[in-house]
Design a protein around this ligand. Structure first.
Ligand code: HEM
Length: 486
């Protein structure tokens, strides 16, 4: 056992010089932190240490180190940091933010039962139906493509988890969740964030000056509760009416009944977590796909030719076509590499002291997987900022073996919805490419409108709203989309 007192342990990994008491509080970036952390990686190495107000932060900037720590030493690196605001806002229902323990294990098992690779195949018909709705939406209202992508992301999860059909706009379940997510991010804004730095503040009553976060937290708790309850009750009602036995929630509840267990609370929480984890991430990557296509017509054309060759252009693609389209596969990998939706992953934490390569990583340290740095590592991906699916081919034109999508994270906490996400993203890419051309929009004088490819901050980073033109590729393409309405 290590003693972590002054000079009784090996040095921390290298990093920016801490200041007295506050450590690196002022060095920690607030805007696009993954970019700063990637620069730190180049300066200090794979593993960078910083500290802020007594909290140790370790940033992992390379795939090899991520595998060493998160996978080979997963017994140490699979916890989550304690963030008081998460509990105060009621978001600790969410497996993604739970500390390791029985409850996390129970939720992870439910997820695995219903989202592992073979079970995910059952959701394909629903996923395709949702992709068809996207195509129909693009035909009717192409300017609204970003809303349509959000709807697809929300609707595919809502349909599998709750058997619920999301409305194309102003859906009340979607509004509930968006509201809860927004409240959570608001609660991380400066005023409230103080409680995360000084956990003791949580015990301050809400009427005390500086304790405004208590009010924010109480509001948030109520909305968070509702986002779990309302769609869950919808399933229970449907089960009573005998109209739902296939949604994930219905299956879990039936299994509980059969075993004589009443564990509704965990099922309710697991379902809401699936939605919260899946909606924003999927919408972000689909937005990046549209962006990449508008910026790179030549790459788009190459993919379209491949899809047409495979489907014959007279039918829409199906999941079974996937192996016959290596360029589309490379394009999918490249979107995930170019703009990973969760650029810093979800922070892990250590549950024991550890020594790695002679450096000391204390128990309770926040360990960040800088996915951005890994997918933009120049040594592996030449000109990493360039969108170039060809990088996934070998010299003799075969898809290479680089098929681990780093955007899904690492080890025991890696994305448990990845098979679902993979299917929906692939299906959307291939179906949109066969039927539509995505291009820069033109102004009244026929000049192309340049696209600002900026991305938002936050746990999930999105392309900021941009304009592009989405037009049906031909009359045949149009009728293919119209036929999906039947
Ligand atoms: C393109 C879409 C998606 C991306 C890029 C993504 C990415 C991630 C990442 C980076 C993590 C954290 C991994 C880590 O801690 O190392 C994660 C965790 C998680 N994801 Fe996803 N995800 C996506 C879609 C989904 C979907 C559709 C679902 C649900 C159906 C889902 C459910 C989860 C859950 C429950 C966790 C938490 C796991 C845990 O803490 O044990 N994700 N995801």
């Amino acid at each position: 056992k290590l003693r972590s007192g002054w000079l009784r342990h090996p040095p921390f990994p290298p990093g920016p010089l801490p200041r007295f008491l506050i450590g690196n509080f002022h060095d920690l970036p607030t805007r696009l932190p993954w970019v700063t952390y990637t620069k730190w990686g180049l300066q200090y190495g794979d593993l960078v240490h910083a500290s802020a107000l007594g909290q140790h932060i370790v940033i992992v900037n390379s795939v090899e180190t991520a595998i060493e720590l998160f996978e080979k030493r997963s017994h140490i690196y699979s916890d989550r940091p304690v963030v008081p605001m998460i509990e105060l806002t009621g978001w600790d229902f969410n497996i993604g933010m739970m500390p390791l323990g029985d409850k996390w294990r129970q939720h992870r098992t439910m997820f695995q039962q219903h989202f592992r690779r073979d079970v995910s195949l059952n959701y394909r018909p629903v996923q395709m139906k949702k992709v068809y709705q996207l195509l129909q939406g693009l035909l009717d209202d192409p300017q609204d493509f970003q809303e349509l992508l959000k709807t697809l992301a929300a609707a595919s999860t809502m349909a599998t988890v709750y058997g619920y059909e999301v409305k194309p706009s102003n859906d009340r379940f979607v509004a509930l969740s968006e509201n809860a997510v927004k409240k959570l991010s608001d609660s991380f804004l400066p005023g409230a964030a103080v409680v995360n730095a000084f956990p003791i503040l949580r015990y301050m009553p809400s009427w005390m000056p500086g304790a405004g976060f208590q009010r924010v937290a109480a509001e948030c708790r109520q909305i968070t509760e509702e986002m779990q309850k309302v769609p869950f009750n919808f399933v229970k009602q449907n089960m009573r009416d005998g109209v739902d036995s296939t949604s994930v929630v219905a299956k879990l509840l039936e299994a509980n009944q059969a075993r004589g267990r009443s564990d509704d609370e965990n099922v309710k929480q697991m379902a809401a977590a699936a939605y919260a984890a899946g909606a924003d991430t999927t919408a972000s990557i689909l937005g990046s796909f549209f962006l990449a296509m508008a910026l790179h017509p030549d790459i788009q054309k190459k993919a379209q030719i491949e899809i047409e060759a495979s489907t014959g252009a007279h039918r829409l693609p199906e999941f079974e076509d996937r192996p016959s389209m290596p360029f589309v596969e490379a394009l999918y990998r490249e979107v995930m590499r170019w703009k990973p939706p969760v650029p810093l992953g979800v922070a892990h934490a250590t549950s024991e002291d550890d020594i790695y390569n002679g450096y000391f990583i204390p128990k309770g340290a926040t360990v960040i997987s800088n996915i951005w740095a890994m997918t933009h590592d120049e040594a592996i991906y030449f000109e990493p900022d360039r969108f170039n699916p060809d990088r996934f081919f070998t010299a003799d034109g075969k898809l290479n073996s680089d098929d681990t999508v780093l955007a899904f994270g690492f080890g025991r906490r890696s994305c448990v919805g990845r098979h679902n996400a993979d299917a929906i993203v692939w299906a959307a890419i291939v179906s949109v490419l066969l039927t539509f051309d995505i291009a820069k929009a033109k102004d009244a004088n026929g000049n192309e409108i340049e696209i600002n490819a900026n991305y938002s901050d936050g746990l999930v980073s999105h392309p900021e709203p941009f304009i592009c033109s989405t037009t049906p590729r031909s009359e045949t393409a149009k009728s293919l989309v119209q036929a999906t309405k039947g």
